[in-house]
Ligand binder design. Structure first.
Ligand SMILES: [Fe+2]
Ligand SMILES: [Fe+2]
Length: 323
């Protein structure tokens, strides 16, 4: 039983309750990824496609799933220890599971098979503008609209197929596109998790609540950092192969018709690089630094000319969802 002097301020209770709900939602997404692509995930081809981004992705998925479930459990236990009501979202677990090998057939809170992924964090974090001072809006790094981030069914993506780089057939290409979408989605929702803690921690008033949130926020930032790197890998080697493979990759991936990538950001990069002429040093502008991270040789400190849009487009392997 909680003693009166253990009672938390109402505002702090509201913040912890909200964060417990956030963690349950995060856990739901990670569980779906973990069933299919984690260390013990049941979809071998999906795991191989994820490992084309980085060989450790299944391990990261499993570890982050554990983290989020422990966050939700801890926050709910803390609420109960203070005589408050824990969060239970079970009545909302009504969305269907993937039909692909590896997925459990249980109700879900989130749908990972029709995702619009906001990738503007990628450009915002490289911008010289401050959104707190009116900066933005910030462009999408890539356009991911109505795409799956997990395999949908075995007819679409056979679970035991190989996943060479570059893919050798349309089903392999389809699976790689799904894994690449996941590569951006991981970072997108961990960016959201890290940001929500960073903002709400400034509004708590009880010292113990501050310590509870401080114990989690660092983990969320670490999660984002891990996936930030993998998102960059989704559009660079070894996934896209070496330069001699680019024409083949272009045919296989069909990125121009994908509907996921628009060239405006990279066309701007080309124009700006022509105009600034500083050889890549100094504070990065939005499009230049995006182009640099995505595989252009013109990274800060390397000098050279502008990063043309065409080679970047050839490196992408995110393609259209088949409906
Ligand atoms: Fe978390
Ligand atoms: Fe997280």
């Amino acid at each position: 039983m909680a003693r009166d002097n253990d009672k938390l301020p109402k505002g702090d209770v509201a913040i912890i309750t909200f964060l417990a709900a956030v963690e349950l939602v995060e856990s739901d997404m990670w569980q779906q990824y973990n069933e299919l692509g984690g260390v013990n995930g049941g979809n071998a081809a999906y795991k191989l496609a994820l490992q084309n981004l980085d060989r450790n992705v299944p391990q990261y998925i499993s570890d982050h799933t554990d983290d989020e479930m422990s966050h939700a459990t801890f926050l709910n236990a803390y609420l109960m220890s203070k005589g408050e009501t824990p969060v239970n979202l079970d009545e909302f677990r009504t969305l269907p599971s993937s039909q692909a090998t590896g997925a459990k057939q249980i109700g879900r809170l989130t749908n990972l098979m029709n995702l619009d992924v906001d990738t503007s964090w990628y450009t915002r974090y490289r911008s010289t503008q401050n959104p707190d001072l009116g900066g933005g809006p910030f462009p999408q790094a890539v356009h991911i609209v109505n795409q799956p981030a997990i395999p949908v069914n075995d007819a679409d993506t056979p679970p035991n197929q190989q996943q060479p780089v570059p893919p050798a057939n349309s089903r392999q290409s389809r699976m790689q596109a799904i894994a690449n979408t996941a590569g951006f989605h991981f970072a997108t929702f961990e960016q959201a998790g890290a940001s929500v803690y960073t903002n709400l921690i400034l509004n708590v008033s009880h010292q113990e609540v501050l310590r509870v949130l401080a114990s989690i926020v660092g983990i969320e930032v670490d999660h984002f950092s891990v996936w930030h790197e993998k998102a960059g890998n989704a559009v660079s080697r070894p996934l896209a192969g070496d330069e001699p493979d680019l024409s083949g990759a272009l045919r296989v991936y069909r990125s121009e018709s994908a509907g996921l990538l628009r060239d405006s950001t990279f066309a701007q990069a080309k124009r700006r690089r022509r105009g600034d002429g500083d050889g890549g040093g100094g504070e990065p502008t939005v499009p230049r630094s995006v182009a640099g991270v995505l595989g252009c040789g013109n990274r800060p400190g390397k000098g050279g000319g502008c990063c043309p849009a065409q080679p970047f487009r050839r490196r992408l392997s995110i393609e259209r969802t088949q409906s």
